[in-house]
Every structure is written in structure tokens, then in C-alpha cells.
Design a protein around this ligand. Structure first.
Ligand code: ADP
Ligand code: MG
Length: 693
């Protein structure tokens, strides 16, 4: 077990390293760039680059790369060595400010959603000094943004940074109006709890569905999965414990505050939560965490599955995105304090968020929309596709009192007595938790629980920041017009809560009643990604993003196209994998079993042995095989039909309406066969073998 104080951030060009290795003047100037966004001087960049190179080489690096997050959802790297050839043919290690600031990767193979014709290949990466440079695989990795030759955004980081800027501007405006003039910046803080599955690598490699799609496309439900709740928080298996220890060490070295680890609800499912940090770094770090998880697992003979629903019949994986706002003076703006009812500042930020979530519930839904997350949302294991907010009894009661103009005296904090003499008394929380809510207030932060386990947290946080910036900007406009700011703010809070409290729901989000009630309340319910994504480009959303300079209209259309294309491609790959597994693995295996039964029947007949149940069994199998053969042909035709030219929206709808139902049919028949075919004939590891060992 590593001593984390020894290893922590040893692979990060951290603030401590910067202070040590840069001249006082350069360090100060660089901080001005990081903290206030002032322009970066090339002489500063040159000195920083030199220090980075020296530090990296002392730590074994030979290469550097601009590390960016294109729309593929995985980080991209193009390694260049520090080598520089001199006039006399000798070589030197060099790294200039220019190379640190700007890179020019060929952008033509990254998704652009029609932003760029193929002949316009040039793209730029540009250093983001607000995230730390780090060392990975003997390479100095420089977090960068990524845009096209014409300056349009092609990545996930740029919009996130733009949204953070808008958020800070508007939050500071409101705080100044409320008299808090010492605050000059507000940042979003994020802690992303990451769920994942760990399964045996040898077993995984025997299943092409896991290899190609990250999830099982077949698999009958074993008699036991999570019914007994005996996995959640259970003792860690030795190989899992070893994995977590090694993962922790790798993450600590990268300056990631890996902290909490436990078993999750499903067998072989686990969770890792880091301690929160600012949204930009948290996003980079979560991306790195996912990558490192996969690498460490692979090294240890395991396979880390980050897919939202690797196994049917048991819980899938999500990512709880804990989000709060903090000022540069160190104040958490969602901290209720002892007297939340009279805490105008807290209530202003709270009601701004309620307004934001209500007005842009569609955008939050879209920010987590993907083919893989469709399997989770609404399946009574994760929040439904309907966005609502949870405040619990105490705060909910208080908000209700404000709307009704009533006094509110708070709730007395009860003492909990366990009734066992030696167990100390402790204060009970004033409200219970609600695990079913997509967006829950949890004391001094909000937990957005719809995020998928494999997705980048850049999008949901970008949306949260932008919609919050928008609500705050409208608040600031209104407060600017009133004389008595306190009275104006109280009125604003009440008006906002009155208008937007339909978004608050403290009940069971998994229930059918909620679906109908939400509909009655007029809340949006985009069941699938194909339903949700096209609304990204709705007029109100375009206006929002343009107003806060997060996206241009062109960029919005490009993103919509990219998301729809991804939905189409993922579904198609799954369908093709499924078809080939039926034809090349499952049917041949079934034939093998049928043959052995038929041979047996012939031999038994020849020997005039009694009985005849083998005929019943083989008949059942043969019927199943026929059905599977036919369903596979239907799927084949559906796949062929997906090639007809359609626009992106229609192409995604085709997959939702034609291809996915055809896949479901194939699966149902194949899974029924699995439990009727002799185990030694089944061509790949079953759920039982993969999950319960
Ligand atoms: P849970 O009970 O939801 O599983 P955990 O303790 O596992 O809670 O995770 C909570 C996450 O929220 C952690 O990543 C933690 O660092 C993060 N967090 C705590 N306070 C804040 C805050 N003010 N802003 C953002 N994230 C926070
Ligand atoms: Mg949580």
C-alpha cells in the first residue's frame, strides 16, 4: 500500500512544482493567466515550457503531447519527442513556449458534425493553463482545448470553460448586488462518483459483445443476482481490493484525490469517489480516472467495464455528479447556514437553480443522452428520464412556506438514540436521502444522478453552469432595477419559487404515478436519446448558448449531428455484433447440441431402449433455433435498411423504431435457448460465470 503523502501528485506539474521551478516573476504572471484569464506572454510561456521539459525529463519523460477531449468521448493524444536536430546533426531536447501553447493535429478524423469538409483538415489545440500538466506513459501531457481551422469548437473542454466564464461573470454580478463586493470570481466544484464493473479478462475476451460494444448483448438471468443485497458495501474480494490499491496509487500520483471505494448493488460492481475539485480539473481527472481504471484492470487480469448497462437484469452503472458553487473567497454558495429561511444569498442561488433546472430540464436530459444510457434511465435502477429536483422535508417545507408567504420555524434536530447503552448519541439529519431523484440537494451541493458511467462529465457540467449563469443573469438584471436590494431579492425568491416549484418532487421517482404526475405538471419526458437529442437545437436553447457565448448556432447544429451519429453508429455496431454472434456462435452451438441429442435418439432406437423425452427436448431446441434463425434474418434486413439515405434525426429514429426492436426479439429467443441448451455446448461464458464467482 502506497503512502499517499509520499506519492501524491508526483506526476503533476502542480502549483508546488511551479513555485519551485519558475522564477517568482513568471510564477506570478502565470497565476494572473490562470486566476484572472489575462493574456499569456510568450516569454512567460517559454520559461514555463523549459521548466516543464526539465521536470518531465528528470521524471523519465521523452515525449510530450497535447491532451484533448474530442467529441468521441475519449481523450486524444499525439506524442512528439523533445528531440530537436541541430545544424551539425547532433540532437538536443527542446520544448518551446510556442509548442506548449499551440498544436496542430490533423482534425479530419475527429467527429465534426458537418462543420468541416474533409479537405479542410487543420485543427488546433491550445493549452488550458487552468488544468495541471501531468506525466503519463513517459509523456508530458498538456491539457488543451481543440478547435477547427475556422475556430469552431470540436471538443468537450472548450464549452465547459466558456460556461464557467459565464457562470462566474453572472454569479459575481449577483453577489455584488447583494453587497458581497469582495468576491471577484465564482467557480463550480465537482465530485464525480464513478461506478464500474470488474470481471475476469479471460472470460471477457471470450465474448465478442463485450469486446466490441462494452456490454453483453445476450445472457439469461441467473437464479441469483442482487436479490439478497449481499454485495452492496460487502467485504471486498482480495483481487478487487488489490485492484483498488493499485488504482489509488496511480491516481494519487496524478494528483487525483481518490478517496471512497465500495462494492455497489450489483455483483462485481464497485464505485470510486474522489474528493471534489473545480469543475475543469474534475472533468480532466474523471477522464483520466476512467482510462487508468481500464489500464490497471488489464494489468491485473481483469476487465473494467464502464458501460452504462453491461448486463441486463441487474443494475447498470452511473456517475453521480456532485456540483456546487464556491467563491474565490472560499464560500460555498449552496451552504444553507443555521437559518436558511433568512439567508437571502443562499435562497437567491437556490431559487436561481430551481428556475434554471425547470426552464432547461430538456438540456439536462440531453446532456446525458446516449444509446448506452437509454438502458438505465427509467429502468427503476437509476432516475427516470424526467428531470426533477429533491429537497427533502426540511428544505422542501421551507420553500413551501416561502411560496405561501408563511412563517417557518425550522425543524428541530432530533437526537438519535440507538438503544444500546455503549453507542453514543448522534444528531439525526433533518431529512432522509432520496436515491430515486435525478437531481437531489444533499446538504450543500446538488447531486445530478442521470449521468452515465462512461460519459465525460464535461457536458452535464457545461449545461449546469450555463443554465445557472442564465438564471443569475436575469436575477442580476432585475436586482439592478430595484432600490431596496434585500426586499427586491426576497420578492424575486418568492416569485421564482411560485413559478417554478413544479420541478420539485420529493416522492418516489421510480413509480408509475410519477410518470403521469410529471406529465400533468408539464415536465418533459424524452424517453430515448433519439427523442431527446434533436431538441438540443431548439430555438430557446440556441438563444441561451449564444447569449452566454458557450456555442454558436453552427456549433449547436454540429453537436446535435455528432450526438445523433454516435447513437446511430453504436446501435449499428451492436446489431452487427449480435447478428454475427447468432450466426457464428449461438446457432452452431445449438446445432451441436441438437446433433448430440439426435445421435442419442438414433442409438437408443437402435438399442430399443425405452423413453422418448429426448425427442421433446430436441424438438423444443429445434423450434427455438428456427425462431432465432428467422429473427436473425429480420435483424439482418433491418441492418441493411439502416443504410438508406436519411437525415441524422430520421436515421436515429429508424434505429430506435426498427433496429432496436429487432435486436430485442433476437435476444429474447437466444436467452431462452441458453437455459435449455447443455451448458458445455453454450459458446461463451454466461452471466453466472462472469458475475458470480
Ligand atoms: P454518497 O453518499 O452520495 O455516495 P460520497 O461521499 O460517496 O457520497 O460522494 C460524495 C461526493 O461529493 C464526493 O466526491 C465528494 O467529494 C463530493 N462533494 C462533497 N462536497 C462537495 C461540494 N461542496 N461540491 C461538490 N462536490 C462535493
Ligand atoms: Mg452519491
Amino acid at each position: 500500500m502506497a503512502d499517499f503523502e509520499q506519492v501524491f501528485a508526483t506526476r503533476v506539474f502542480s502549483d508546488v512544482v511551479m513555485r519551485k521551478r519558475l522564477s517568482a516573476d513568471t510564477y506570478k504572471k502565470l497565476h494572473r493567466v490562470i486566476d484572472d484569464g489575462s493574456e499569456l506572454d510568450i516569454t512567460v510561456a517559454n520559461e514555463v515550457a523549459k521548466a516543464m521539459k526539465e521536470w518531465a525529463m528528470e521524471n523519465g519523460a521523452t515525449h510530450y503531447t497535447h491532451w484533448f477531449q474530442p467529441m468521441t468521448g475519449v481523450a486524444a493524444e499525439k506524442h512528439d519527442s523533445f528531440i530537436s536536430v541541430q545544424k551539425d546533426g547532433s540532437v538536443l531536447a527542446e520544448f518551446s513556449g510556442k509548442k506548449l501553447i499551440k498544436g496542430e493535429p490533423d482534425a479530419s478524423s475527429f467527429p465534426s458534425g458537418g462543420l468541416r469538409s474533409t479537405f479542410e483538415a487543420r485543427g488546433y489545440t491550445a493549452w488550458d493553463p487552468t488544468s495541471y500538466v501531468f506525466l503519463k506513459d513517459n509523456t508530458l501531457c498538456i491539457p488543451t482545448v481543440f478547435c477547427s481551422y475556422s475556430g469552431q469548437v470540436l471538443d468537450k473542454k472548450t464549452p465547459l470553460l466558456r460556461s464557467l466564464k459565464a457562470l462566474s461573470t453572472e454569479a459575481v454580478r449577483v453577489l455584488h448586488l447583494l453587497g458581497k463586493t469582495d468576491v471577484t470570481a465564482v467557480n463550480a466544484e465537482v465530485g464525480a462518483e464513478q461506478e464500474y464493473f470488474l470481471v475476469d479478462k479471460d472470460l471477457c475476451t471470450k465474448r465478442r459483445d463485450l469486446l466490441y460494444t462494452g456490454r453483453t448483448l445476450f445472457g439469461a438471468k441467473p437464479p441469483k443476482t442482487q436479490e439478497l443485497d449481499d454485495h452492496y458495501f460487502g467485504t471486498l474480494r482480495p483481487e478487487v481490493k488489490a485492484f483498488m490499491a493499485e488504482l489509488d496509487e496511480e491516481l494519487w500520483k496524478l494528483g487525483i484525490y481518490a478517496c471512497t471505494e465500495h462494492n455497489e448493488a450489483a455483483p462485481s460492481q464497485h464505485e470510486l469517489a474522489p474528493i471534489y475539485t473545480d469543475a475543469n480539473r474534475a472533468t480532466d481527472q474523471n477522464q483520466l480516472t476512467m482510462e487508468i481504471m481500464k489500464k490497471v484492470a488489464d494489468r491485473m487480469g481483469l476487465c473494467c467495464l464502464l458501460h452504462e448497462k453491461p448486463f441486463a437484469h441487474i443494475n447498470g452503472s452511473g456517475k453521480h455528479n456532485n456540483w456546487s458553487l464556491s467563491t474565490n473567497t472560499g464560500e460555498n454558495l449552496f451552504k444553507p447556514g443555521h437559518d436558511p429561511y433568512n439567508n437571502t444569498q443562499f435562497l437567491i442561488f437556490l431559487s436561481a437553480l430551481i428556475k434554471a433546472v425547470d426552464e432547461y430540464q430538456d438540456l439536462l436530459r440531453i446532456s446525458v443522452a446516449s444509446a448506452s444510457n437509454d438502458h438505465r434511465l427509467g429502468a427503476a435502477e437509476a432516475p427516470p428520464a424526467i428531470v426533477s429536483m429533491y429537497f427533502g422535508d426540511e428544505l422542501g417545507g421551507m420553500l413551501d412556506a416561502i411560496v405561501k408567504g408563511k412563517k417557518w420555524n425550522g425543524v428541530d434536530r432530533e437526537k438519535m438514540e440507538v438503544g444500546a447503552g455503549s453507542v453514543p448519541e448522534f444528531a439525526k439529519d433533518t431529512s432522509d436521502r432520496n436515491r430515486t431523484s435525478p437531481f437531489a440537494f444533499t446538504g450543500n451541493k446538488f447531486e445530478f444522478r442521470m449521468v452515465g458511467s462512461s460519459q465525460s462529465i464535461a457536458d452535464p457540467n457545461m449545461v449546469l453552469n450555463t443554465i445557472m449563469a442564465n438564471a443569475l443573469s436575469e436575477f442580476a438584471d432585475r436586482l439592478e432595477r430595484v432600490k431596496d436590494k434585500e426586499a427586491g431579492a426576497r420578492k424575486l425568491i418568492r416569485d421564482t419559487l411560485k413559478k417554478h416549484s413544479r420541478i420539485i418532487f420529493n416522492g418516489n421517482n421510480y413509480s408509475d404515478e410519477w410518470v403521469s404526475e410529471a406529465e400533468a405538471r408539464g415536465l418533459c419526458n424524452y424517453r430515448t436519446a433519439a427523442d431527446a437529442i434533436p431538441h438540443f437545437a431548439d430555438k430557446k436553447n440556441v438563444e441561451l448558448f449564444e447569449k452566454h457565448k458557450v456555442f454558436t448556432e453552427t456549433e449547436i447544429h454540429s453537436r446535435t449531428e455528432i450526438m445523433l451519429e454516435a447513437y446511430f453508429k453504436i446501435t449499428k455496431i451492436e446489431a452487427q455484433t449480435m447478428l454475427s454472434m447468432v450466426r457464428c456462435d449461438i446457432l452452431p452451438a445449438v446445432y451441436g447440441y441438437e446433433k448430440s441429442l439426435c445421435d442419442l435418439i438414433v442409438q437408443k432406437d437402435a438399442a430399443s431402449l425405452p423413453g422418448g423425452h429426448e425427442r421433446i427436448v430436441v424438438n423444443r431446441i429445434a423450434t427455438g433455433a428456427d425462431e432465432l434463425y428467422n429473427a436473425a434474418n429480420t435483424l439482418d434486413a433491418a441492418i441493411a435498411g439502416s443504410d438508406s439515405p436519411r437525415n441524422a434525426i430520421d436515421a436515429a429514429s429508424y434505429m430506435r423504431d426498427v433496429l432496436i426492436p429487432a435486436m430485442n426479439e433476437v435476444r429474447t429467443i437466444a436467452d431462452a435457448l441458453e437455459i435449455n441448451v447443455g451448458a458445455k455446448h453454450w459458446p461463451f461464458p454466461t452471466y453466472g460465470e462472469l458475475l458470480l464467482h
